[in-house]
Design a binder for this molecule. Structure first.
Ligand code: TRP
Length: 328
C-alpha cells in the first residue's frame, strides 16, 4: 500500500474551508493508502508564539475534527513535536538548502509579507525544510495538500535530489495530490480564517451556523426584495453551488434570485439547512469524541508511537548514510 502524509497546524478548529479543500478528500483516500496525519504543533510557533498555552487544547480540537469528519481511528494521527526524529532530520536537511532558495519560496514570501518581512523568525523562514522532514521521515509517496503547499513539495524534491546525490539513494520523490480544492471564502468574502471570525466550523451548533449564514454577504446591488439579484455576485450562491447536490435545484434558485422570486433571507435559510444536514453526522461523531478525551489522547499516543517507530527507521538509515551513526 502506498503511503500518504499530510496534516494541519493546530491553530484552532478546522472549518468548512478545510472540509471542502482537503478533509473530504482524505476521507476517500484513507481506504486506498496507509495514512499518516501530522498535527504540526511546532509549525504554530512560526507565527503564533503567543498561543502556546492553547496548543494542547487545539491539538485535541483538530484530532476531534479529524475523527469527526470520518477519518478512521486505525489511521496514524500524531503530534509533530512528539516525534523528535523530525526535528533531527530537519537539522540535517538544513545543511542542504540554500538560503537564497528559501528566500524565493512564494508561500513563505507571501506569508512573510503579511507579517512584515524583517520580523519573521528563523523557524518561520525554514519551515519548508522542516516540512520536508515531516514528509521524508515517513518516505511518503503522496502528499495531499492545497495549492499553497506546492512550493514546499518542490523544496522537498530538491532536498531528495541533493541528499541522494551526496549520501546515497535513501529517499524517493513524493508526489503532491491537489484536491479539486475549491476556495471557499469566509462569510464576509475575505479568506476563511478563524482569526477573522468568518468561518463555519464543525464545532459550531446548527443555530450558530444558521446565524453565520444569515449574515453572509449577498449581491450588494439587490437592495429591496423586489430588485432582481445577480447570483454571480452573491457569496451565498457560490456556497450553494458547492453544497447543493441537485443541479436542478441550483438552477431553480438562480432563476428565483434573478426574478426576485425569493428573498435573500429565505435563500440563506435553505443554504444553512443544506449545510447543517451535511454536517449533522460529522458533528455527532465529533461530539462523541470530544466528550471522550481519554479515547482521543489514546489514539494520539498510539499514533505518536507508530510515527516514532517509522521515523526512527529512516533516521537510522540517514545517520548511517551521513557517516554519523558511530556504531562501534
Ligand atoms: N504546512 C501545513 C499547513 O499549514 C501543515 C503541515 C506540516 C504539513 N507538515 C506537513 C502538510 C507535511 C503536509 C505535509 O497546513
Amino acid at each position: 500500500m502506498k503511503r500518504i502524509l499530510t496534516g494541519d497546524r493546530p491553530t484552532g478548529n478546522l472549518h468548512l474551508g478545510h472540509y471542502l479543500g482537503t478533509l473530504k478528500n482524505r476521507v476517500k483516500l484513507q481506504d486506498f493508502y496507509e495514512c499518516f496525519f501530522i498535527i504540526a504543533d511546532l509549525q504554530v510557533f512560526t507565527d503564533h508564539l503567543q498561543d502556546s498555552e492553547k496548543i494542547a487544547a487545539n491539538v485535541f480540537e483538530v484530532a476531534c475534527d479529524y475523527l469527526g469528519v470520518g477519518l478512521k481511528e486505525s489511521n496514524c494521527f500524531f503530534i509533530q513535536s512528539q516525534v523528535p526524529e523530525l526535528s533531527e532530520l530537519s537539522m540535517y536537511f538544513s545543511f542542504l538548502v540554500n538560503i537564497s532558495e528559501l528566500k524565493r519560496n512564494p508561500t513563505v514570501k507571501s506569508e512573510a509579507e503579511m507579517y512584515g518581512v524583517s520580523n519573521i523568525n528563523l523557524g518561520f523562514f525554514s519551515y519548508p525544510v522542516s516540512q520536508a522532514a515531516d514528509i521524508l521521515a515517513f518516505k511518503a509517496d503522496v502528499v495531499p495538500c492545497g495549492q499553497d503547499q506546492l512550493p514546499h513539495i518542490f523544496q522537498t524534491r530538491e532536498i531528495v535530489r541533493i541528499f541522494n546525490n551526496h549520501f546515497g539513494p535513501i529517499f524517493k520523490d513524493p508526489e503532491e495530490l491537489i484536491g479539486e480544492c475549491p476556495i471557499l471564502k469566509g462569510i464576509d468574502g475575505r479568506k476563511m480564517s478563524k482569526s477573522l471570525g468568518n468561518t463555519i466550523s464543525f464545532a459550531q451548533t446548527e443555530d450558530e451556523t444558521e446565524k453565520k449564514i444569515l449574515n453572509m454577504l449577498t449581491d450588494e446591488g439587490r437592495v429591496r426584495l423586489k430588485d432582481p439579484g445577480n447570483p454571480q455576485k452573491c457569496l451565498a450562491f457560490s456556497y450553494l453551488c458547492f453544497f447543493e447536490k441537485d443541479i436542478d435545484e441550483i438552477h431553480n434558485i438562480e432563476n428565483l434570485c434573478m426574478s426576485a422570486g425569493i428573498s435573500c433571507r429565505d435563500c440563506k435559510k435553505r443554504l444553512s439547512n443544506i449545510i447543517n444536514d451535511e454536517l449533522r453526522e460529522i458533528r455527532e461523531r465529533r461530539d462523541f469524541y470530544h466528550s471522550d478525551q481519554e479515547r482521543v489522547w489514546n489514539i494520539l499516543r498510539k499514533g505518536n508511537e507508530k510515527a516514532r517507530a517509522e521515523a526512527s527507521k529512516t533516521l537510522e538509515e540517514v545517520r548511517e548514510a551521513m557517516g554519523i551513526s558511530y556504531h562501534s
